[in-house]
Design a protein around this ligand. Structure first.
Ligand SMILES: NC(=O)c1ccc[n+]([C@@H]2O[C@H](COP(=O)([O-])OP(=O)(O)OC[C@H]3O[C@@H](n4cnc5c(N)ncnc54)[C@H](O)[C@@H]3O)[C@@H](O)[C@H]2O)c1
Ligand SMILES: O=C(O)C[C@H](O)C(=O)O
Length: 346
């Protein structure tokens, strides 16, 4: 009796625990084998992200890599009765094995902010980490889709592109800066202010992933909440400062980890769905772009079997958003150039 009840509960929770991640659900394409590697898997984001990817039935193999601590995380997560086989890899000598055959590599490796710091203050440490991880990716899984979470995303994505170019493996369709947390925040804050069901809300967020470079397009938000311009401005500011809000609340104990793991799991799921041929998978992401005059820019992206299928345009902007777009360009340009310069300084 007890066993059958547990079995039935397990069946129920395996649907309930995954379907909340995206409205499209997780079901389609699950017979295809897909390996996902998480680099930085023992960290604040890495651990809950490992859990969420273990719940995703599109994943057949989950490789958890960190400089230390991953055997424990892998042993723990591996006991969950879902599809994927989980393996832990610790230390640089095991990085190659973690990466070999990966379809999607998610990178939350690196240090997080403390109160008073900008994301750019993380550059000196994280740039080197990202550069060495991307060098290994170019060697062991050059065709994987890369989901870059490590900050400053506005610079780490350009660093990755240069590393791949040097290795001769760069494919702009396969490199993504993960900006999904900005979208998640914009949806949550908008739903609260507009008093609409958060599950129905859509808000594109474009630009980059730091301060004023984060530009939510509330004029395109659905359902229409008829908000006053002061309310839109306050929501924009709160979305731009969402990361700092968490950093200050954590008071020295890091930055967003749980909401980021959720956002990272949504984005990786979208990449897997695209790879598996699910039609009309669209998420915002910081990618190589011609949408503006900047070489990288976040906007809506259609995902497909080769990664980026189409970078979608910005659509109509309000005057306030047009001003925001002009205002962000200088900072975003300089962060991109900083990353490119770093990667080419040997
Ligand atoms: N893109 C976003 O929206 C977003 C959101 C939140 C945090 N972040 C960024 O994600 C990064 C990680 O944040 P966190 O809170 O998980 O930090 P954390 O310190 O808790 O975890 C980072 C992990 O990276 C590991 N690591 C360090 N060097 C490594 C290397 N060379 N190879 C593999 N792993 C390595 C560490 O051992 C640690 O386990 C930070 O840079 C943070 O700013 C980005
Ligand atoms: O704010 C940070 O430093 C982490 C992350 O980029 C976030 O947006 O929460």
């Amino acid at each position: 009796m007890r066993t059958s009840m547990l079995r039935s509960l397990a069946r129920k929770t395996s649907t309930a625990s995954t379907s909340y991640l995206t409205r499209r659900g997780f079901a389609s394409g699950s017979a295809i084998d897909r390996k996902v590697a998480i680099l930085g898997a023992a960290g604040g984001i890495g651990q809950p992200l490992s859990l969420l990817m273990k719940l995703n039935p599109l994943v057949s193999q989950l490789a958890l890599y960190d400089i230390a601590g991953t055997p424990g995380v892998a042993a723990d997560v591996s006991h969950i009765n879902t599809r994927s086989q989980v393996l832990g890899f610790a230390g640089e000598e095991q990085l190659g094995k973690a990466l070999e055959g990966a379809d999607v590599v998610i990178i939350p490796a690196g240090v997080p902010r403390k109160p008073g710091m900008t994301r750019d203050d993380l550059f000196n440490i994280n740039a080197g980490i990202v550069k060495s991880l991307c060098t290994a990716i170019a060697k062991y899984c050059p065709h994987a889709l890369i989901n870059m979470i490590s900050n400053p995303v506005n610079s780490t994505v350009p660093i990755a592109s240069e590393v791949f170019k040097k290795a001769g493996t760069y494919d702009e369709k396969r490199l993504f800066g993960v900006t999904t947390l900005d979208v998640v925040r914009a949806k949550t804050f908008y739903a609260g202010k507009a008093k609409v069901n958060v599950a129905d809300v859509n808000v594109p967020v474009v630009g980059g992933h730091a301060g004023i470079t984060i530009l939510p397009l509330f004029s395109q938000a659905t359902p229409n909440g008829n908000l006053a311009s002061e309310e839109i401005e306050a929501l924009t500011k709160r979305t731009q400062d969402g990361g700092t809000e968490v950093v200050e609340a954590k008071a020295g104990k890091g930055s967003a980890t749980l909401s980021m793991a959720y956002a990272g799991a949504i984005f990786a799921d979208a990449c897997l769905k695209g790879l598996n041929g699910v039609p009309d998978v669209v998420e915002c992401s910081f990618v190589q772009s011609t949408v503006t005059d900047l070489p990288f820019f976040a906007s809506k992206v259609r995902l497909g079997k080769n990664g980026v299928e189409e970078v979608l345009g910005l659509g109509p902007l309000s005057d306030y958003e047009k001003q925001g777009l002009e205002a962000l360009k200088l900072e975003l340009k300089s962060s991109i150039e900083k990353g490119i310069k770093f990667a080419n300084n040997d």
